[in-house]
Ligand binder design. Structure first.
Ligand SMILES: Cc1cc2nc3c(=O)[nH]c(=O)nc-3n(C[C@H](O)[C@H](O)[C@H](O)COP(=O)(O)O)c2cc1C
Length: 148
């Protein structure tokens, strides 16, 4: 099984992007990291790709939303992350989608894609098709020659 985990603040740009990707119709679950600290924390038990917007306005220590840090700080969640897709706004210049490389480095996973705000139609197609292919390969049984 495979999942897309995402965070989206009250402005909901990332939530709209995920909705446009219609992952569920391709057999990919979606799960949203809760906004409020009082909400039930999200627990994940299957391989997932994280879609994360950037905050902090250029302050690298705040680029990854606290809700996402809390989710990834749980080793039982972190062990399942397979890739990161980051979003942001190019108005922030060098800090554009800065959450992506930070999470990629900390979790040792590839930065797979970046998009602005709620993404364009072409971003939606690229991410939907890319993740369908990625998860097909990621869940294929290993070939005998791949074994040590
Ligand atoms: C206070 C604030 C700080 C932001 N800082 C950055 C930033 O440093 N880099 C960036 O690329 N985008 C930044 N953004 C843009 C958000 O990443 C962008 O609006 C994103 O689509 C928000 O996603 P959401 O609506 O799902 O929370 C910032 C937005 C706000 C409101």
């Amino acid at each position: 099984m495979a999942a897309v985990v995402y965070f989206s603040s009250a402005s909901n740009n990332t939530a709209r992007f995920v909705e446009h990707c219609a992952f569920d119709s391709a057999g990919i679950h979606t799960a949203r990291i809760p906004l409020r600290a009082t909400d039930e924390p999200l627990q994940i038990n299957e391989p997932f790709v994280l879609i994360c917007p950037t905050y902090g306005g250029g302050d690298a220590t705040k680029a990854v939303p606290v809700q996402v840090k809390r989710f990834l700080n749980d080793p039982a969640n972190r062990r399942w992350i397979r890739g990161i897709i980051a979003s942001g706004n190019t108005n922030f210049g060098e800090a554009y989608a800065a959450a992506g490389p930070i999470i990629a480095r900390k979790c040792h996973v590839p930065l797979m894609y970046r998009f602005e705000l709620m993404g364009t139609g072409s971003d939606v197609r690229a991410v939907r098709e890319g993740l369908i292919k990625f998860f097909t390969h990621a869940t294929e049984p290993t070939q005998p020659q791949d074994r040590p």
